[in-house]
Write a protein that binds this ligand. Structure first.
Ligand code: ADE
Length: 425
């Protein structure tokens, strides 16, 4: 293991953190058996030989294992952060020092640095882009459209990024295939629900050390992430209130046993607020104005626009740092609001993100999507695609096998019955 300054280009915090990063990456790998199998196969088959690949992702131990699998498959990868606060600096150092992968990511980087890193990624001239939030793809389309001709395809990790891709498709500017990794069942059923559920509460607890039991936890949004946060919040003894705009999701929350009400009502009763909607200003000026003294407010949606912090600033004195990742805003009425992680995704700002065991399936989807794009180069229509359902099944099957869990298979009699229509009452 070398911590000497490597020749490859990079912009990271401190290369001497590499040994610690390497140990943590190896630790995460133990919980990523599916990705490990893919890495071994990629090593033998080299399906990505000669492919230049940019990954814009949270630079975590799990992402490092994805990068190692892609590199084993022959890809020439470059990594940038998908969020200014989510980089694990020791992981970035190990990727550079131990794997020779160029990384441009520093925890706490400014928005300008973040944007500069996106430019660096585009200057790399990628054939494939792995995006998390669609910033690289959107920047390419807006600012460097000539690069589109070289693109084999892209993959997208989040719901937010897919919403943007669909908007690009509707506007007629998505001229290459893009795989909606988030929409694979082995991604959102697990990563969004159990990953976000656990890691969001872990982030809130690590930042504040509060007891959840007996507190009123307001979960804003009841998509897969909101379901996970509400479920785990209840498991820790919180009184969970859900707010929604979609009547179907609201009925689901009611029947899952949660109180449902508008955010304008929940604002005055909540002790802790967590936004997971993917939309802007879901906690707005009027809501902040109603909040109790000491209310904690955090976001676990992709972008930092779910909380209207500009409005909160206008209602308050200059915020002060009271703990790492906790800023106190004292309102003119004397009541204090605690904003966690500057409104950026709290599970990656104050915590390590989702545990490796769920990222195993998410990143198996990423690796297999990249392979699918390369194998089908020139054959896929432009636009947003799903990975074929049999790949989803294969990933779930491998996960079960790694967990040592066997399931049943249909008998030939059952198979025949399922494909017939004659037999009824
Ligand atoms: N998104 C959420 N958790 C993550 C993790 N641990 N690594 C990469 N991306 C993530």
């Amino acid at each position: 293991m070398s911590t000497a300054m490597p020749a490859i280009e990079h912009d990271i915090k401190d290369i001497s953190l590499a040994p610690q990063g390497k140990k943590r990456i190896d630790w995460a790998e133990r919980e990523m058996p599916v990705l490990r199998l893919i890495r071994e196969r990629f090593g033998n088959e080299q399906p990505l030989k000669g492919v230049r690949l940019v990954a814009c992702a949270h630079i975590t131990t799990e992402t490092a294992n994805l990068a190692r699998a892609l590199q084993a498959g022959g890809a020439e990868a470059l990594l940038i952060a998908s969020n200014p606060l989510s980089t694990q600096d020791d992981v970035a150092a190990s990727l550079v020092a131990d794997c020779g992968i160029p990384v441009f990511a520093i925890k706490g980087e400014s928005t300008d640095t973040y944007r500069r890193h996106v430019q660096t990624a585009l200057e790399f001239g990628p054939d494939i882009i792995i995006d998390d939030g669609s910033d690289v793809v959107a920047t390419m389309i807006k600012e460097k459209p000539e690069l589109k001709n070289k693109i084999i395809g892209t993959t997208e990790e989040t719901t937010t990024g897919i919403v943007r891709l669909e908007a690009m498709q509707a506007a007629g500017v998505l001229s290459f295939p893009s795989i909606a990794v988030n929409n694979a069942q082995t991604k959102h059923f697990f990563d969004n629900r159990y990953g976000t559920g656990q890691s969001t509460l872990d982030g809130v607890i690590r930042a504040t050390n509060i007891l959840l039991a007996g507190r009123t936890l307001v979960v804003v949004g009841y998509g897969w992430c909101g379901k996970g946060v509400a479920l785990r919040g209840r498991g820790m003894g919180a009184n969970v209130v859900v707010t929604e705009v979609d009547p179907i999701k609201a009925v689901e929350a009611v029947m899952d046993g949660f109180r449902v009400m508008p955010i304008s009502e929940a604002a005055s009763i909540g002790d802790i607020f967590i936004t997971v909607t993917g939309n802007r200003h879901v906690i707005d000026r009027d809501h902040f104005a109603k909040m109790k003294d000491g209310a904690l407010v955090a976001n676990s949606g992709h972008f930092d626009l779910e909380l209207n912090l500009v409005a909160l600033r206008e209602l308050s004195d200059e915020p002060t740092d009271v703990r790492p990742f906790v800023q106190e805003y004292k309102k003119k009425d004397g009541r204090r609001i605690m904003v966690l992680g500057e409104g950026r995704l709290i599970n990656l700002a104050a915590d390590e993100g989702h545990p490796a065991s769920v990222m195993d399936m998410s990143f198996a989807n990423q690796a297999l999507s990249v392979e699918y794009l390369v194998k089908n180069k020139g054959k896929l229509d432009p636009g947003v695609h799903l990975l074929p359902p049999e790949v989803d099944q294969e990933i779930a099957g491998l996960k079960l096998k790694a967990l040592g869990i066997a399931i049943d298979t249909l008998t030939s009699e059952q198979l025949e019955y399922m494909s017939s229509w004659e037999t009824g009452t």
